[in-house]
Design a protein around this ligand. Structure first.
Ligand SMILES: O=C(O)CCC(=O)C(=O)O
Length: 204
């Protein structure tokens, strides 16, 4: 999708109880997504960190990278990440996502799931530095993976979205305050995926 293409946002809007989602399939066309995936896997600075989970130190079951405006710090699960400055390509993608009119972003946490054994457990992106009602925009590249959502408190049912190569998935409104999300392990999946999760750090 080119910067000046107009997107009919309402077509992609999914209103959920106490939350708002936009799922835009093939936001990046397939051929471009394939090239972008290879380029990013090869060129980004990937970290393999351990995190604190229920008082225990464990290796994160995926690789990550943290880029953005200088000196932004993001703290989660006992980890403190300091931004690497935007690359040209990441900045282009950020601009393209902002051109949808949903959200402004100053950093991106990138996840590299090497196969279906890699995952991220249920959590909400509700850290204080993301402020009130944070908007999280996820560009999915590579293998299709399932993103599941479950309510933090209410008895609303669990939601499931298949994120394909090139899809843009945006969690907006109060979603982070009322819902958890995860990428579950799927043992049959052999191929890798990366997710670029654009966010805005408002206080550090
Ligand atoms: O990989 C994804 O699509 C989700 C990643 C995620 O939940 C996160 O980075 O907070």
């Amino acid at each position: 999708m080119k910067l000046n293409d107009t997107i009919k946002l309402d077509t992609y809007k999914i209103v959920i109880p106490n939350g708002l989602i936009y799922h835009i399939p093939e936001f990046i066309p397939l051929q471009e997504s394939k090239k972008l995936f290879i380029f990013l896997v090869r060129s980004l600075f990937w970290r393999k960190d351990s995190i604190q989970l229920f008082g225990k130190k464990i290796m994160q079951p995926r690789l990550t990278a943290w880029y953005g405006e200088p000196n932004l710090v993001y703290t989660y699960s006992g980890l403190e990440l300091q931004t690497i400055p935007w690359t040209y390509t990441l900045l282009q993608i950020k601009n393209q996502i902002e051109a949808t009119g949903i959200g402004n972003y100053n950093a991106v946490l990138i996840n590299y799931y090497r196969n279906g054994n890699d995952s991220v457990g249920y959590h909400a992106d509700d850290e204080p530095e993301l402020g009130y009602c944070p908007i999280i925009a996820i560009l999915s590249l590579g293998e299709t993976r399932k993103l599941q959502m479950k309510p933090k408190k209410s008895k609303d049912s669990t939601l499931s979205f298949m994120l394909k190569n090139g899809d843009l998935f945006i969690m907006a409104g109060a979603t982070q305050h009322f819902w958890y999300h995860q990428i579950p392990k799927e043992k049959t999946i052999k191929n890798p995926r990366i997710s670029l999760t654009f966010r805005k750090i408002v206080a550090t």
